[in-house]
Design a protein around this ligand. Structure first.
Ligand code: ADP
Ligand code: MG
Length: 528
């Protein structure tokens, strides 16, 4: 079309994904030098955990955060793991191309978008002009390779500066990543330490160390048991949209019928369920799917979302910690006097499976405060920001703690863990979980169950305490009573004392009923 005389046209162009995130860093948590440093540590540690625990490897992760030279805001972050490594050919793309990764399957992992580490690379290269250094080797590989690379932001492709390859001398496998960025460590030090500590709580099977100019903190694994790794699953029919259908149809062959598609591509749908659905929705089950037009697809997607006859989403894609491991983690990090954990059965919202786990810790080294200390996790990621907006906070505020014999200030810690293939985060920051009714309900049930157990424990201590107090009082008056009794009855004073002691002991034994009881009382008395 010719341009009309005098008409001014804009200049039009595309924007690469790398450019987009370069311009909108705050979307991915890189909003200022302090937060960027925190987020960099997080992205690297989470990749390391994904690369180990998902594949049955007990994680050994070391994190180093140090200024490049003294009093500089140029900070080096180095994270090394013993994970599965990255194949040599894939290194440039996984570290140098926004939206490239291995986690675009339906399975619970910490990373999901293929974005995290590239944000760290972008931030580092634009603030210090330093390339990312990556050293890696896969489990069966005989070589180790070292890359230095930048991201070509305009084209969203890696720009390789160097590649070194050498022979492996031992059986090392894993990945070491080093970045230099402008960051403010003193401002974010506490958060980084807290993040590592909470990661150690939710991954008690991991050994994690953090070295900073202030020294080294190390959390050694307290368990060699890994939770069952998540398996790759299929999408649930209730979570489907037109685009998903189109993609599935594009990949299928021309003979495939609607019945075939439904019964092979979706979670929990067999031929019988698929037939029932087709009848309900008014679709011919034998129609060839390549023949479906756009309006058919729209109707199909809508009906699939509405249908009530689907089975619940399977939870094989999820990997909760389990009550035992969660308790181990809480014991190791918070050192409470009492701990209990509840892992709820799988549930779902909008076709997405999820599992809620909760732990309560009480007493011991947990400091007393006016509200419960809340530690939130999503897919084993500690959430440190935006607590006030989180569904767990809402649930905790709604509970009347008096029912459970807890009066604030109290030394109470609550751990909540939501795992899902799609955690319903509030906003793009991914730091708070939204109050989706199904999730809220599960958290409430789990906290109440755990609180009931805590109440039983507290009642027991109260009772034991009462017994002990009586014992002390009786012992205090024992001599006087025996003397008076002896005077009246003529029985030897020592014999009467022995008798009283024996009666007292039997009474205590009967009430405490077990060794565990005795231990609880001793602990409780020491801590009061
Ligand atoms: P995401 O974690 O969301 O997939 P990232 O940009 O953080 O996105 O990472 C991209 C990909 O790089 C990952 O999917 C993974 O395949 C690979 N990767 C990153 N770090 C490691 C690591 N430490 N060990 C093994 N693979 C890794
Ligand atoms: Mg990641």
């Amino acid at each position: 079309m010719p341009v009309a005389k005098g008409e001014k046209l804009e200049k039009y162009e595309g924007l690469s994904p790398a450019q987009f995130f370069y311009r909108n860093k705050e979307i991915a948590g890189f909003s200022n030098p302090a937060r960027a440093l925190y987020q960099t540590v997080r992205e690297l540690v989470e990749n390391s955990l994904d690369a180990t625990e998902t594949y049955g490897i007990l994680p050994n992760i070391s994190v180093i955060v140090e200024p490049v030279n003294e009093d500089s805001e140029k900070i080096k972050v180095k994270v090394e793991d013993n994970g599965i490594g990255v194949p040599i050919k894939e290194v440039p793309n996984v570290f140098g191309k926004v939206f490239y990764g291995s986690k675009y399957v339906l399975r619970q992992t910490r990373g999901v978008f293929g974005l995290g580490v590239k944000m760290a690379v972008l931030y580092s290269q634009i603030t210090t002009a330093t390339p990312i250094y990556v050293k890696s080797s896969t489990q069966k590989s005989r070589i180790i390779y070292e890359y230095k690379l930048f991201i070509d932001i305009e084209r969203n492709i890696p720009f390789i500066l160097s590649l070194n390859v050498y022979k492996k001398k031992d059986s090392w496998h894993g990945t070491a990543v080093e970045l230099v960025l402008r960051g403010n460590f003193s401002q974010v030090k506490k958060r980084v330490e807290e993040y590592i500590k909470r990661t150690a709580l939710i991954a008690p099977y991991a050994t994690i160390s953090l070295k900073t100019p202030d020294g080294e903190i190390k959390f050694k694994r307290v368990s060699r048991k890994l939770p069952e790794p998540p398996k790759i699953g299929k999408y649930h029919p209730r979570g489907v949209d037109i685009e998903t259908l189109k993609r599935l149809i594009r990949k299928s062959n021309s003979k495939m019928t609607l019945l075939d598609l439904l019964s092979t591509s979706f979670d929990g749908v067999g031929r019988i369920t698929a037939e029932k659905f087709c009848e309900w929705a008014g679709f011919n089950p034998n129609i060839k799917i390549k023949k479906l037009n756009l309006s058919d697809l729209e109707k199909l997607a809508n009906k699939m979302r509405e249908y009530n006859g689907w089975r619940r989403p399977k939870s094989i894609t999820l990997s909760p910690l389990g009550e035992r491991l969660l308790k181990e983690g809480v014991k190791n990090i918070l050192k409470p006097e009492f701990v209990t954990a509840v892992t709820r059965p799988p549930s779902s919202y909008g076709g997405n499976p999820f599992i809620v786990e909760v732990a309560l810790g009480y007493g011991g080294e947990i400091p007393s405060s006016d509200a419960p200390l809340l530690l939130r996790f999503a897919n084993r990621i500690p959430l440190l920001y935006d607590e006030g907006a989180d569904v767990s906070k809402k649930v905790i505020n709604s509970i009347d703690w008096n029912i459970y014999k807890i009066k604030f200030p109290a030394p109470l810690a609550i751990v909540t863990h939501v795992c899902s293939t799609k955690v319903p985060f509030k906003g793009v920051g991914k730091e708070a979980i939204a109050d989706v009714p199904e999730v809220e309900k599960e958290i409430k049930i789990a906290i109440r169950e755990a609180a009931r157990r805590l109440k039983r424990h507290l009642s027991r201590i109260e009772k034991m305490f009462e017994i002990k107090r009586r014992e002390v009082t009786i012992k205090r008056y024992m001599n006087e009573v025996s003397r008076s009794l002896s005077y009246i009855s003529g029985i030897e004073e020592e014999k009467l004392k022995d008798l009283l002691l024996r009666i007292l002991k039997e009474d205590i034994k009967r009430r405490e009923s077990s060794k565990a009881g005795e231990k609880i009382v001793k602990k409780a008395i020491v801590s009061r």
